[in-house]
Design a protein around this ligand. Structure first.
Ligand SMILES: Cc1ncc(COP(=O)(O)O)c(C=O)c1O
Length: 391
């Protein structure tokens, strides 16, 4: 990996120290070009005509995203974000009163709100799998919770509020062994490390492009395993997802694009495809190795700083680092760093309420480097932080 070249490809690094890849990564030049070129083309020749002209590249974007996660192109739907992708899969489940959903303690707020909404509508039951001593979802405890009433296992692989990595593949093996549908929120994993849906054993995977994948905002995708597609009807369909074949009949598309709607931003689709190509070119294993290593270095530096508590749990940790300071609150740290062109974000308890309550977490400063972050930038951040906290 040639860091200088990769940084030269990233216009944003000339303007800020960007440590908010868990929020939105800096787009590399090929992604920016893919977006701008298509918008220019639409302006020049017309939106529908641009689609026709670029159809092969649009199709290639699906193939690239599929390759990124070891899926087939027919198993991918492009949508606006990870939440919409996840909701499509979740709300298409036929849950009834007494059916149980098993989920993780560090579940993302949007997902949990959907469980609560589904519970209100259907009387289904939400059961939280306890965490093990390391703080990760306890796969053994999960196994013991399984009976015939469990109709869905849905967990967040890497939560929004820290470096934790849940044992997604182990959970996949358990789900498969019991024939239970498995919905995986891989929003913070995609682009940060290799992802292989075959290894994970998930039936559905939801992700966004703007975070570690470094794609444009407003893009995400849903993977639906081919075998599931044969019997899964989206909770909403339009004339892109299905064809109106007779006054009282419609026929769904055979592929995962039945979850899409007729209108969408093709510039964004091309941008997401370019982001997948870029990550594949850099290499996901190399990306993971460097991003995780920078995360660990940051944790080290922070743990040696006075007044700081690092809050990441789990045996293996990713590039998301969270901390609090004993005197200065997270919002003040974030805004003081922003004044110095250093980007971090704040993760509040309500984004992962169960985990935050269980661990008594305050607002956390979330620092998320990526492979294109330089070691010098980490030093700049640590120095600036000391200035901000007065330590
Ligand atoms: C773990 C997790 N899941 C889902 C989401 C939602 O992603 P999006 O904002 O693309 O809908 C996020 C966003 O921060 C997240 O961290």
């Amino acid at each position: 990996m040639n860091i200088n070249e990769l940084r030269a490809d990233t216009p944003g690094v000339a303007h800020c120290v960007h440590l908010n890849n868990a929020g939105a990564g800096l787009m590399p030049q090929p992604v920016i070009d893919a977006l701008k070129d298509h918008i220019d083309l639409e302006a020049r020749i017309g939106g529908y005509e641009a689609k026709e002209q670029e159809n092969d590249r649009i199709e290639a974007a699906y193939a690239s995203v599929a390759r990124l996660i070891g899926a087939d192109k027919s198993e991918i739907a492009f949508v606006e974000n990870a939440t919409v992708a996840w909701q499509h899969a979740f709300f298409s489940q036929d849950l009834k009163e007494g059916d149980r959903i098993l989920t993780a303690e560090a579940e993302y707020a949007a997902n949990y709100i959907a469980y609560l909404q589904m519970q209100k509508r259907t009387g289904c039951v939400i059961d939280v799998i306890p965490s093990d001593g390391s703080g990760a979802t306890d796969a053994r405890a999960l196994e013991k919770m399984i009976d015939t009433t469990v109709k869905l296992i849905a967990i967040t692989w890497i939560p929004t509020n820290g470096g934790l990595m849940n044992p997604a593949a182990e959970i996949g093996r358990i789900a498969k062994a019991h024939g239970i549908p498995y919905l995986l929120d891989a929003c913070q994993a995609v682009g940060q490390m290799p992802v292989d849906v075959g290894e994970l054993g998930c039936d559905y995977l939801a992700a966004t492009a703007r975070k570690f994948l470094r794609g444009p905002r407003g893009t995400g995708f849903l993977y639906v395993r081919a075998g599931i597609l044969e019997r899964l009807e989206p909770y909403m369909l339009d004339m892109f997802g299905a064809e109106w074949t007779a006054p009282d009949a419609y026929e769904m598309r055979p592929d995962a694009r039945r979850f899409e709607t007729w209108e969408s931003s093709l510039a964004l689709h091309l941008g997401m495809g370019a982001a997948a190509d870029y990550a594949l070119d850099v290499g996901l294993e190399a990306i993971q190795e460097r991003a995780f290593r920078l995360g660990a270095a940051l944790r080290d530096g922070l743990s040696q700083s006075p007044g700081i508590s690092v809050h990441d749990v789990g045996a293996e940790k990713c590039a998301i680092v969270t901390f609090s300071h004993d005197r200065v609150d997270a919002d003040s740290i974030e805004s003081a760093l922003r004044d110095k062109n250093i980007n971090v974000s704040v993760s509040g308890p309500s984004s992962t309420l169960l985990d935050a309550n269980a661990r008594g977490l305050p607002d956390l400063v979330r620092v998320s480097p990526h492979y294109y972050t330089s070691e010098a930038e980490l030093e700049t951040f640590l120095g600036a932080l000391r200035g901000v906290t007065g330590d």
